[in-house]
Design a protein. Structure first.
Length: 238
């Protein structure tokens, strides 16, 4: 996570995986005042599927609202493996939060104050998403003043690092019957498979336009049993 060389108004990660170089799963534009996040959905993998790596990048680089962007990309999206695109437009007094998934071609705006999304259809949340949303609400209610920001950040990090199991979860049990227990926590750790959570990102925006981006990421080479974490902080006025 950091400012991009080709556009310092964009902050995001870059995919280093072979065949996906340069793509991103999370990025924001301080110029266009929008955040994009891509979540993969489990399902049948399409033959010769198009890359999903440019979906977030193209969205945050454009000045298009999400509905217009989706209309312009629908044909491409239908050739991709299934995903959920979470979009936040924060140029207005009240941020606009929307999701689009190419599985059923649904674009939806969300109005709740506290929201949670994961690797499932937005209106069919995993149990850990429901639990995480409650933890988010508790943290924000506890530390709601600007002077509480440091405490809020630490509390949110604790939420993201929670290894508490959230079961039962019929959806997860049906989808991944062999490892549903390991996947039922917010923080996922499966050392034997070298699989799990590798990064946490927090984006805070004050009413006065002060944005603070915090990312915790595992330092390479990753030791799945004893990972070393690196923290990055970026502050910008928008």
């Amino acid at each position: 996570m950091g400012p991009w060389e080709e556009d310092v108004n964009i902050y995001g990660g870059r995919d280093l995986q072979t065949g996906c170089e340069g793509g991103t799963w999370l990025a924001l534009s301080t110029c266009h005042k929008k955040v994009g996040l891509l979540l993969n959905l489990p399902g049948v993998h399409k033959d010769n599927a198009k890359s999903r790596g440019k979906i977030v990048e193209n969205y945050v680089k454009s000045d298009l609202e999400l509905n217009t962007y989706v209309d312009s990309m629908k044909e491409y999206f239908q050739e991709c493996n299934e995903f959920v695109l979470v979009a936040v437009e924060f140029g207005n007094l009240v941020p606009i939060v929307q999701t689009y998934n190419n599985g059923n071609n649904e674009l939806k705006q969300w109005h709740d104050q506290y929201l949670g999304f994961s690797n499932s259809l937005p209106d069919q949340p995993l149990t850990k998403v429901v639990a995480g949303k409650c933890k988010l609400q508790d943290a924000c209610n506890k530390y709601k003043k600007i002077n509480d920001k440091d405490q809020l950040i630490e509390e949110l990090i604790n939420v993201l690092k929670s290894e508490e199991s959230n079961l039962p979860d019929p959806q997860l049990e049906q989808r991944r019957p062999l490892i549903f227990k390991e996947l039922s926590s917010i923080f996922v750790r499966i050392p034997k498979a070298r699989y799990g959570t590798r990064a946490h990102t927090i984006i805070l925006l004050s009413k006065t336009g002060e944005m603070h981006i915090i990312e915790l990421s595992m330092e390479s080479p990753i030791d799945p049993l004893r990972p070393s974490w690196v923290r990055g902080d970026f502050k910008v006025n928008i």
